[in-house]
Design a protein around this ligand. Structure first.
Ligand code: UT7
Length: 332
């Protein structure tokens, strides 16, 4: 059986850092509240005019360099994002053009914080049906849809991009092993952007009502995120007859340190097995999982063939987990 192996990962965050102390000057908040309720200390914010495709190109060019891949060899580019440069054309098309991936096709996918999981599953399916090199990007410029007068949301998010290269392997010890993915649109009321889509196109009134920003009922999302991400993380291990000690690293979505701790406890992980970087980046939506994967690979916290568990929960609702063995294995 052909499996999709992750043969490289790279990421990018913008230079500018916004600390909790910077936010104290913008809204009625304080470092102590933000750290104790979320675990976030700072987040990176895109420069003026820096959009999702720009950050993605930085990550993808690093990925091509590090994996010795030529842009012309890429068969497809899938981009998970809720902050595309424009509603159309796709961010995938903009990235394709900027990196010179002359033989690629591709598309954007909207899965919010679970977007990278959904894109990884899609990319894996393309590999299983004959593609040889697929790039999967998770990117979000959350600062472009944050209301920096709303303390409920502006403290939570940051900007970033991450990308992986998928290639076929016939080595059954490598690649994407299994996934559990879900959507439940009954959660749409709890986390959304009210205007700017076909239901409520932009007007002076929507702008005056500040409806082009993220709106979140934090408590409702918290309740579902803390149960569903925990359950789906434990469930995928059980389904595949693994226990937590078999896993080298658990990379959960980074929306709130308290949600991460609950998921880790429920799935039976020790602290050392859990990637936590929410303190540095905040919630970067679709970029969170590839940023985390890049960090554990670059810091050599995992080695070739190690078992990795990814999990996320986000707007939609969307949630899920993917279990994989990192590295190339034998080429398919
Ligand atoms: O990525 C997509 C998925 N998103 C998530 O998973 C996020 C899930 N939700 C959360 O992480 C949490 O609900 C938040 C971090 C958003 C909020 O934490 P909380 O512990 O649920 O706080 P709360 O909303 O219950 O607010 C508690 C108090 C309130 O004051 P009162 O009514 O008790 O007087 C808020 O007004 O904290 C106040 N508050 C703040 N205080 C200082 C809310 N935001 C802030 C703030 N600084 N930034």
């Amino acid at each position: 059986m052909i499996r999709a192996a992750i043969t490289g990962v790279a990421s990018y965050v913008p230079e500018k850092i916004l600390t909790n102390f910077d936010l104290e000057k913008l809204v009625d908040t304080n470092d102590e509240w933000i750290v104790s309720r979320t675990g976030i200390r700072e987040r990176h914010v895109a420069a003026d005019g820096e959009a999702s495709s720009d950050m993605s190109v930085q990550a993808v060019n690093k990925l091509l360099l590090e994996t010795g891949t030529k842009a012309e060899e890429i068969d497809a580019i899938i981009v998970a994002t809720v902050t595309p440069d424009m509603l159309f054309p796709s961010t995938a098309a903009l990235i394709q053009h900027k990196i010179g991936a002359t033989k690629a096709w591709g598309y954007d996918l909207s899965g919010a914080c679970s977007g990278f999981l959904f894109a990884l599953k899609s990319g894996g399916s393309l590999i299983q049906t004959g593609h040889k090199k697929v790039i999967v990007v998770g990117v979000d410029t959350m600062s472009s849809i944050l209301d920096y007068t709303d303390r409920n949301t502006c403290i939570l998010f940051g900007d970033g991009a991450g990308a992986v290269l998928l290639e076929p392997t016939e080595d059954e010890n490598y690649g994407i092993i299994d996934d559990l993915l879900f959507i439940d649109g009954s959660g749409a009321d709890a986390l959304h952007m009210k205007a700017g889509g076909s239901r409520k196109p932009a007007t002076h009134a929507t702008i005056d009502a500040r409806e082009h920003y993220i709106w979140q009922d934090g408590k409702s999302v918290f309740k579902r995120a803390s149960t569903d991400m925990a359950e789906v993380s434990a469930a995928i291990l059980k389904k595949n007859n693994f226990n937590s000690e078999d896993v080298a690293i658990f990379i959960p979505h980074q929306a709130n340190k308290r949600i991460i701790d609950m998921a880790a406890r429920k799935a039976g992980f020790r602290d050392e097995q859990v990637l936590i970087n929410i303190d540095k980046y905040g919630n970067t939506t679709a970029a969170t999982l590839p940023l985390g994967l890049d960090e554990v690979v670059k810091e050599k916290r995992i080695k070739d063939g190690d078992l990795v568990l990814l999990a996320a929960f986000g707007a939609g609702y969307t949630w899920g987990s993917i279990l994989l063995r990192y590295g190339p294995g034998k080429k398919g």
